[in-house]
Design a protein around this ligand. Structure first.
Ligand SMILES: Cc1cc2nc3c(=O)[nH]c(=O)nc-3n(C[C@H](O)[C@H](O)[C@H](O)COP(=O)(O)OP(=O)(O)OC[C@H]3O[C@@H](n4cnc5c(N)ncnc54)[C@H](O)[C@@H]3O)c2cc1C
Length: 420
């Protein structure tokens, strides 16, 4: 059996940053396992710019951002295995993986970092009626086919879902010569970042069709048309509003799901609001010595935050391996209150904190001129003003750890206008 101090599962930006940081913190024996043919994760197919604004103060493309970390990883001599799929992890930290060169491999790790990213929701999850013709793609798959494999997916396209991938692919398809009929959102606002609505749709005159949904896909061999309906304030179809749009391709951009089958099999507790593991301030899961970071933990919109969070996981894993980790039975729990969908981390062991602690959270709705209120056992400890908050933009919350008291519940809620 092979043996490593730290095994990182996933060679995307999360895995790369965690491995590099662990090495910088004194652990030499690290292995990164990646199932794809190269490192870099989803960034390799994101050839648009907009990456790295926070960390490098530069607008990089996805591959450029990834390259900086891949180069550093190689210069530091961190080992990695490509085309290698992790099949199983045990509580004793034995990782089972497979590839065509080594066959089935068992690796004993002292610590494991989960960095498997996320995958897209499919048509099956939406139950759209109709036949199963060629021409229905997930937006991320279409992005990979066009940007990495050199295949064009269609000529006349309709996109369901206004998340960032759908918006970016609308522009990409127009640039490649396709006609994009529109991007449909079931609700009354786009799910993606505001900057992507402007730069990907408005700049290219692509219609954003709010409160619309596809209810049926027609076509025998290839997609021929879709039936589109208007939706009410609860996103339900309004009968009698059906319209047929002719097209040869449907792109679905309807949400991402953290890739946690390995974690669930191992018995790692998952948060149903994030779809990722429940972690503490060190990004450690409920299984000692197993850490999680990046999109496997919760879906991020900006990769810079993935990097920062993963550096935190890498540092903690290194301290764990070096037996410097403070484990403390006393902790506080975080609780999403009114208007808050989730908060990460969910648990904070105060003895592990030296200075301020950063939380990531998402709101449930659109809020203007509002306040984020943080309470510890019903006593307000922090209030932050926000002009505009939307579910697609992750919020960061920095709290001075001296304000936190063991055994407490930290609730975060949103107050709009004069409420409170
Ligand atoms: C279309 C799109 C556009 C985006 N645009 C922007 C943008 O403009 N600006 C920005 O800052 N961010 C953007 N992002 C977000 C950013 O790319 C992601 O947040 C980031 O890539 C997440 O990093 P990750 O390492 O957690 O996951 P990933 O990049 O998904 O990497 C996870 C890796 O784990 C591997 N893996 C999974 N399971 C296994 C297994 N069992 N065994 C071995 N390997 C495994 C996968 O192959 C993958 O390489 C965008 C994302 C997408 C999808």
């Amino acid at each position: 059996m092979l043996s490593y101090d730290i095994v990182v599962i996933g060679g995307g930006p999360a895995g790369l940053a965690a491995a590099i940081e662990a090495k910088k913190n004194g652990v030499n024996n690290i292995l990164v396992i990646e199932r794809d043919r190269e490192l870099g994760g989803i960034l390799q197919q994101c050839i648009h710019n907009g990456f790295g604004l926070h960390i490098f103060k530069e607008e990089l493309t996805g591959p450029e951002y990834a390259e900086r970390f891949i180069k550093e990883l190689c210069e530091m001599g961190i080992e990695f295995k490509l085309d290698t799929m992790v099949l199983d992890i045990t509580k004793d930290k034995i990782v089972t993986a497979i590839n065509t060169v080594d066959g089935l491999i068992n690796i004993q790790a002292k610590a494991i970092i989960l960095a498997m990213g996320c995958r897209e929701r499919t048509r099956g999850a939406l139950s759209i009626a109709g036949t199963r013709p060629v021409g229905i793609y997930n937006a991320g798959l279409a992005q990979r086919l066009i940007n990495m494999e050199g295949y064009m997916v269609g000529k006349k396209v309709i996109i369901l879902g206004s998340g960032d991938i759908g918006l970016i692919m609308a522009r990409r398809l127009v640039l490649e010569g396709a006609e994009v009929i529109g991007v449909l959102a079931r609700g009354s606002y786009a799910a993606g970042l505001g900057r992507n609505v402007v730069q990907c749709l408005e700049d290219y005159n692509i219609p954003l069709m709010l409160r619309h949904n596809i209810v049926k896909i027609n076509g025998k061999d290839r997609v021929e048309s879709v039936v589109v309906v208007k939706t009410d304030e609860n996103k339900n179809p309004i009968p009698g509003t059906e319209e047929i749009y002719e097209c040869d391709t449907v792109l679905l951009s309807v949400g991402l799901i953290p890739e946690n089958e390995l974690s669930a099999n191992l018995g790692i507790r998952l948060d149903r609001n994030t779809g990722g593991p429940i972690v503490n301030e060190s990004m450690e899961t409920n299984t000692e010595g197993i850490f999680a970071c990046g999109n496997v933990l919760h879906v991020h919109d900006v990769v810079d935050y993935v990097t920062q969070e993963s550096q935190r996981a890498g540092r903690a894993a290194a301290r764990y391996v070096k037996n410097e980790f403070v484990t403390n039975s006393e902790y506080i729990k975080t609780k999403p209150g009114n208007g808050v969908k989730y908060i990460v981390p969910q648990i904070v062991q105060i003895d592990n904190l030296k200075g301020p602690i950063e939380f990531f959270m998402r709101v449930r709705d659109v809020y203007n001129d509002s306040r984020i209120i943080v309470k510890l056992d019903d006593i307000k400890i922090r209030e932050l003003k926000r002009q505009h908050m939307i579910p697609s933009e992750m919020e960061r919350l920095v709290i001075d750890s001296r304000l936190l008291k063991e055994g407490s519940i930290m609730t975060v809620e949103i107050c709009s206008g004069g409420e409170l």
